[in-house]
Design a protein around this ligand. Structure first.
Ligand code: PAF
Length: 285
């Protein structure tokens, strides 16, 4: 496996792969790799000849009081895991290379970035789309694989790709969960033992909603209530939102006609860790 740390070198490498007809797939990550990331790599390997995993903790997607400085950065371990899983290139640029002093351009997707997580993280998605477009431009992938765990991010990136004619296919990968249902996340490492036990209520709520939907319930109020009841079972869970929205504009719906995204976010009371999770009813991303 090759490790590339400069944007210039990555761009040249991408041109070299393309010049001999190799197809490139990008797996964008912020490192602290877990089974979820490795499942993206597995999907990526089926899609193209060369797998490039970016490992970059992107400063512009963190708000002023968020966890940028304490975000885990186990880089050597990440490289070992990526190599063992068959990754070809790890691209890990320095922040100063991605955002040099004169950097002054960002990518803003309007509307859908203000919904769900955008309400409490107003600058987050602009940081995400900016860095993702930069990664697309230097890695020049034919495909990029994103996890459904960040469903809003995935929908926003698809919007950007369509709006800006980015020549890349966005592939959605299913959420990977712990045995008890908790969605894998690098931030799970922040949870206290008590929070970790309580966090199972999040996926339990979503599963209960899935069951009600498959039994025929189409009104969203009782579905939302089902999740809120689960959250209320633990004083450690402070819900941020529980919403059922359409898959295009992310607008709340009262009744599910065909498909919808059920999305939740909450803070865990001891460590203040923010967890998100979701399910798609009646469709897919
Ligand atoms: O999903 C993530 O880990 C990040 O938002 C991404 C896509 C790597 C951009 O920094």
């Amino acid at each position: 496996m090759k490790t590339v740390t400069s944007v210039h070198e990555m761009t040249n490498l991408a041109y070299a792969f393309r010049s001999v007809g190799k197809r490139i797939v990008l797996i964008p990550t912020m490192g602290a790799l877990h089974r979820g990331h490795l499942s993206l790599l597995k999907i990526a390997k089926e899609l193209a000849d060369v797998t490039v995993m970016s490992v970059f903790v992107n400063p512009t997607q963190f708000g002023p009081h968020e966890d940028y400085s304490r975000y885990p950065r186990p880089f050597d371990e990440d490289c070992r895991k990526a190599e063992a899983a068959g990754c070809d290139v790890v691209f890990a640029p320095a922040a100063g290379d991605m955002y040099p002093p004169l950097h002054s351009t960002s990518v803003q997707v309007d509307g859908i970035t203000t919904r769900l997580c955008g309400k409490s993280r107003p600058t987050h998605f602009q940081g995400v789309t900016t860095v993702v477009l930069k990664l697309f431009n230097c890695i020049k992938p034919h495909f990029a694989v994103f996890g459904q765990k960040d469903a809003q991010q995935l929908i926003i990136i698809r919007r950007m790709v369509e709006d800006l004619y980015c020549p890349v296919d966005i592939v959605a990968a299913p959420i990977v969960r712990e045995n008890d249902g908790l969605a894998l996340s690098s931030r799970n490492a922040y949870l206290t033992q008590e929070e970790r036990s309580a966090a199972v209520l999040i996926s339990e709520g979503l599963q209960a909603v899935e069951k009600l939907f498959s039994d025929g319930e189409r009104h969203t109020a009782p579905l939302i209530e089902t999740i809120e009841e689960r959250f209320a079972q633990s004083s450690l869970i402070a819900p941020e939102y529980v919403e059922i929205v359409d898959l295009c504009l992310l607008e709340p719906v009262d009744r599910i006609a065909d498909s919808a995204l059920v999305a939740v976010a909450c803070r865990m009371g001891q460590s203040n860790t923010r967890l998100i999770d979701n399910i798609i009813l009646g469709g897919r991303l």
